[in-house]
Design a protein around this ligand. Structure first.
Ligand code: SF4
Length: 146
């Protein structure tokens, strides 16, 4: 979880603004302590200070969260069954946050016509993420018992 705090700016001329440093606050979700970690980034985007993480695992989480935040996607896809119109799915692995919307758009176009079992692949390598969409429940097909 990430909050953006006030950035520091240096006005170099009337038309040009150079960012000199940026401070980010990230709430670590590695354990129930939920440490509030303050990270200062230099103008090249590198981490200059990291304060508030109580352990190395949290530091790693925060650095990943800044560099390449990942999320496991959960959603539903449509079926052709009026009695069971939506099949819950999840990504087989965490995907970059930037791909969540494109994957959701792809997910919205999927329509399942044949029975599936929990764990079956519904779509492979969605948006080139190397993650598959997996059914998280059984569906016995149109006219089945759900
Ligand atoms: S930094 Fe460590 S102790 Fe703090 S919330 Fe993250 S995992 Fe837990």
């Amino acid at each position: 979880m990430r909050e953006r705090s006030k950035s520091l700016w240096l006005i170099a001329s009337s038309r040009e603004v150079i960012k000199v440093s940026r401070r980010e606050i990230v709430i670590c979700i590695g354990c129930p302590m939920g440490c509030r970690v303050t990270v200062t980034l230099g103008k090249d985007g590198s981490v200059t200070t990291l304060k508030g993480a109580e352990c190395r695992q949290g530091q790693k989480y925060v650095l990943n969260e800044l560099k390449n935040p990942l999320r496991t996607l959960t959603a539903t896809v449509r079926t052709v069954d009026e009695d069971f119109p939506l099949l819950p799915v999840r990504s087989s692995r965490p995907v970059p946050k930037t791909l969540l919307q494109p994957i959701m758009r792809e997910t919205a176009r999927i329509r399942i016509k044949t029975p599936v079992q929990a764990g079956d692949v519904v779509a492979r390598n969605v948006q080139g993420s190397k993650a598959d969409l997996l059914a998280t429940t059984d569906w016995s097909g149109p006219g089945g018992e759900g």
